[in-house]
Design a protein around this ligand. Structure first.
Ligand code: HEC
Length: 324
């Protein structure tokens, strides 16, 4: 969840401040860049662009993306399918860029500073509300997400509460800070108009520094701590059970004391393995079935049948799928 915050509240506004549009065009082949810029100047593109960068439209699109992806069903789907996860990040990032662009570069006629402050304030309110709903929920809204909790030594519910709190408090501060900065700029307007235009070096720094900062933040937003969700499995309980069932007698398993044996394959980075035992696609359900009855799912497996209880298998599978 922290990644989403960084993406929408730090990386997106910094990039918008830096306006690296021209720099991005340099990344394309010259002909492609030319056709892209021709496309961007076309009447149809401009009409759409004008419609979606209207602050009210951008505000609504961003709010819609945010609330939609926090519906538990969809949020959980992001943990099950990599492409859904990408779609979520893309729509968070895209709609945040649009939102910040519409406010920070809004044409003055469309959005006087009072309106901009209002858009910021209402966004702070609704994201805060979403954060509070998550913070004060006393059940797990996103059960699949719990695999990440094990890394931080938090219980899944605490992890969820931390996510809600981050969304609520530091998230809200960003909107307040930007609103204040805009108000100050607006108050000093006559002064700014009177002063000479800034020196080229200063103008360059004003754009390059935010871009640079955004580049530093972006990798942290896209790292893949995407846990492969195992429905109904608790990775923390699973870790304890992995130790109790003596899986370490044959496997080397990170996080399990004494599990350094190599009778079976080492389970380091198991979540990134494509196949279980080289034959079964490595998803949560297959792993549960394999652990319950290795021979039935891989007739040539030499892994013994250790587990009998499905819940044990789910918890252990959830733990193994945190191993990256
Ligand atoms: C007596 C030794 C032994 C014990 C105990 C044992 N395993 Fe295995 N395990 C093996 C062997 C040998 C293989 C390789 C055969 C195969 O991949 O089917 C294997 C394969 C696996 C695989 C597939 C690995 C891969 O690279 O695809 C997983 C996952 C696994 N074991 C998990 C466990 C868990 C969890 C436990 C504890 C509940 C456990 N094993 C207990 C011997 C053991």
């Amino acid at each position: 969840m922290l990644q989403h915050e960084l993406l929408m509240l730090v990386a997106a506004p910094l990039l918008v401040l830096g306006r690296p549009v021209v720099a991005v065009l340099f990344a394309f082949h010259r002909d492609d860049a030319r056709s892209l810029s021709r496309l961007a100047r076309g009447p149809r593109f401009r009409a759409v662009w004008r419609a979606i960068t209207h602050p009210l439209a951008a505000w609504a699109i961003h709010a819609f993306a945010l609330w939609l992806w926090h519906i538990p069903l969809l949020f959980d789907a992001t943990l099950r399918h990599e492409w859904v996860h990408h779609a979520q990040h893309l729509s968070f990032f895209g709609s945040a860029l649009l939102f910040w662009w519409s406010l920070l570069h809004a044409r003055a006629a469309l959005a006087p500073v009072g309106a901009v402050v209002l858009y910021l304030f209402t966004t702070m309110m609704h994201t805060g509300l979403l954060g509070a709903l998550i913070l004060f929920a006393d059940t797990l809204l996103y059960p699949g997400y719990l695999a990440t909790a094990a890394d931080w030594g938090l219980t899944p519910l605490e992890d969820q509460q931390l996510g809600g709190l981050l969304m609520w408090a530091p998230g809200g501060l960003v909107y307040v800070a930007v609103a204040l900065a805009l108000l100050v700029r607006w108050l000093r307007r006559p002064e700014a108009a009177a002063s000479r235009s800034p020196r080229p070096a200063a103008a360059f720094a004003a754009r390059a520094l935010p871009c640079l900062a955004a580049l530093l933040v972006l990798p942290a937003c896209t790292e893949p701590p995407l846990p492969l969700a195992v429905a109904g499995g608790d990775p923390q309980v699973g870790r304890r059970k992995t130790s109790e069932f003596g899986c370490g007698a044959c496997h080397s398993i990170p996080g399990i004391a004494g599990a350094t044996t190599r009778v079976g394959p080492p389970l380091e980075g198991f979540a990134l393995r494509n196949y279980i035992g080289g034959v079964l696609p490595n998803d949560g359900e297959n792993l549960v079935r394999f652990l319950l009855d290795p021979l039935a799912h891989n007739p040539r497996s030499t892994m013994p049948k250790v587990l009998a209880d499905e819940q044990d298998a789910r918890d252990i599978a959830a733990y193994l799928h945190t191993l990256r």
